[in-house]
Design a protein around this ligand. Sequence first.
Ligand SMILES: [Zn+2]
Length: 460
Amino acid sequence: MRWSGLAEERVLVKGGTVVTMDDALGIIRDGAVLIEGDRIAKVGRAGEVEREGKPDRVIDARGGFVLPGLFCGHTHLYGIALRGALLNIRPPSDFLQILQRVWWPLDEKLTNEDAYATALAACIEMALTGTTCFADTYSAPNGIEGSLDAIARAVNEVGIRGFIAFEATERRSREEGERGLRENERYLRSQQGNAYGMVSVHASFTVTDEIVRKGVEISERFGCPITIHVSEGPNDVYHNIERYGKRTVERLEEVGALSRRAVLAHCVHLNDKEIAIVARHGASVAHNPMSNMLNAVGVAPVPEMLGAGVNVCLGNDGYVFDMFENVRSAFLIHRVSRRNPTVLSPKQVLEMVTVKAARAYGMKDYGSIAPGKLADVVVLRPRLMATPTTGDPYAYIVNGMGGADVRHVIVGGRQIVEDGMLLTLDVEEAERRILRTVERLWDRLGASPPEAVEPLRLGR
Ligand SMILES: [Zn+2]
């Protein structure tokens, strides 16, 4: 294993088409990226970058594309434990029942070992499929304290980056919400490596104004992002209208939750007035098209949000961790729902998973390939070169490529994936540990059937 844990001095990624995602630099054919330490030093045509002197190592990108590492703007790493799970439940028939019968019972069984093992699995999968940064919110009412340390350990072992948070909720009690926020605050004081802290509040329909205000206060004090699920299903809208006489975004505005630091997940059921409010406060939206299709909640008004100037990034919501699949879904879902093939361009959806995700989470030095930016770079090469890669690279990537085409991944100047193999840890050994842990979790899930939790009893 060549990986030493340290960024090499000078690495040159050479050949191929550099898709910088930087407005000024655009697309560079037969390009090269020179990395010094953890930063990008120079980007340009290969011949011209090579004149900068001899690198310590050269990574060959010929015949492929060089992209910024993808950034998943909303996930639940532990969602990977549901893959293929046989759940002994009455099939849910709407979104609230999906939460009550699938997600919340899972949350209640989770231990810190589960947090670590599922984070390890999800981070390995993201690294291998070209995602180098993510924003995760974790939920486990019976395993709150220390859970973020367990997740941070997995993130740092795999060698990618992530914003991690515990999802504060008052599903069961006010105290549960307070403990969730305290875990975020505790972790924010002792952030480890490339696992950055942030604040997460579950959703408008499971928290009181006090918990939202406290979450906002913590995010202001630490200058970190705050994220909340917003009108993912219609139940959130009904809840807010019934209890507060307002729609979800109107209530969040009144409580002071909207700012440039806020990332609102989903926003499927927003009307034009709410979109204007989000835009006015400069809050970002994390769009999760694959999860929205899975949960049958509807199609988010992304074209309207973009039209209003909202910063929209892309997440997987803990469903499919290959972000190229999520990119393609974002590209397709609005076309079919509007029956309009021009509604979103391939470049626009790639922006959502690079520069716009970085902007959502306040990472100014991230999301594009440009001098001075953090050197998180992915080399993609199609397994089968059926057509030349000299045409439109955005269309080629969005229509034709996936995580399996990821050859090399560099994070902060150090290569963590080479020829499709993870260099940072022994994947087979990790797999054995993950499987042992998830099998035990599945046993616990099967052993005691879930008890329904009514979010609307939040009326204390
Ligand atoms: Zn979510």
